[in-house]
Design a protein around this ligand. Structure first.
Ligand SMILES: [Zn+2]
Length: 260
């Protein structure tokens, strides 16, 4: 069953208004930097919502937590510029802090109702072995907020709005692969704009990991017949990003979503 066919949702490469919710500055670039480069080229409105302040990402003990927050904010804006981000919204929760999913949902409902995105991108909060609490809370909070933005009145948070679809990155259950071969350099440039996190001796290993993963996803997408591309002809080898794309209807009482 493919609900997307029935619902006639906008094809993912044609969306004109995308909102990307990341737990920390840099997650959107790693998960979807290539896809966002495509959307930038096509003139889409791209909004970045960053849940936490990234204060735990200290590259050296000579920098304080307050200093790294400022540094990462500047890096996020530089990376966002490379990806064509038009608006940055910071929710201001403490990196690794004790904030609740409920507090996150409230802020996100207001944001969804204001920005009215055709697609929301975020981390997969149900990924097995995802041990970072900020990633789990963000993925689950975003999904719950999509339902709440449509289903609940909550007049103090704006008028109800239905986000038609969500795409999870860093997901073990991808159902959509996007050819980013021609956008790889732009993605890497955006990731490297986060100098405090990636300008260190681990970079060659990290780069190789991203590259090999992108190669595998391309092949996987090709084999499954789920590789979407801007190009008319696909090569045997290339680079891709992988997403689990679900319609809003699959986010509640729909156990088959895992197989969608
Ligand atoms: Zn993160």
């Amino acid at each position: 069953m493919n609900l997307r066919n029935i619902l006639k949702l906008p094809p993912i490469l044609e969306v004109k208004n995308v909102l990307c919710v990341q737990p920390h500055p840099d997650d959107n670039e790693i998960g979807a930097g290539g896809f966002l480069s495509i959307l930038k080229e096509k003139g889409a409105k791209i909004t970045f919502v960053t849940v936490t302040d990234g204060r735990k990402g200290l590259p050296t003990r000579e920098i304080t937590h307050d200093e790294i927050v400022k540094i990462r904010d500047a890096e996020k804006r530089k990376a966002g510029e490379i990806l064509g981000v038009t608006e940055f919204i910071d929710l201001g929760f403490e990196d690794g802090g004790n904030y609740t999913i409920d507090s996150l949902i409230e802020k996100l409902v207001r944001t969804f109702r204001t920005v009215k995105p055709e697609l929301v991108l975020t981390v997969d909060g149900w990924a097995p072995y995802e041990a970072h609490p900020d990633h789990e809370k963000t993925g689950k909070g975003v999904t719950a907020a999509i339902l709440a933005a449509r289903n609940l009145s909550l007049p103090h948070l704006g008028e109800p709005f239905s986000v038609p679809q969500i795409a999870f990155y860093a997901t073990p259950y991808p159902n959509t692969y996007i050819d980013i071969t021609n956008y790889w350099e732009n993605k890497i440039e955006a990731i490297k704009a986060h100098t405090s996190q990636f300008d260190n001796p681990n970079w060659p290993f990290i780069y190789e990991f991203f590259y090999e993963q992108a190669k595998e996803w391309y092949k996987e997408g090709l084999v499954k017949g789920k590789l979407k591309s801007e190009k008319n002809t696909l090569n045997e080898e290339g680079l891709a990003e992988a997403f689990k794309v679900l319609s809003i209807w699959e986010l509640h009482m729909f156990p088959n979503a895992i197989f969608s």
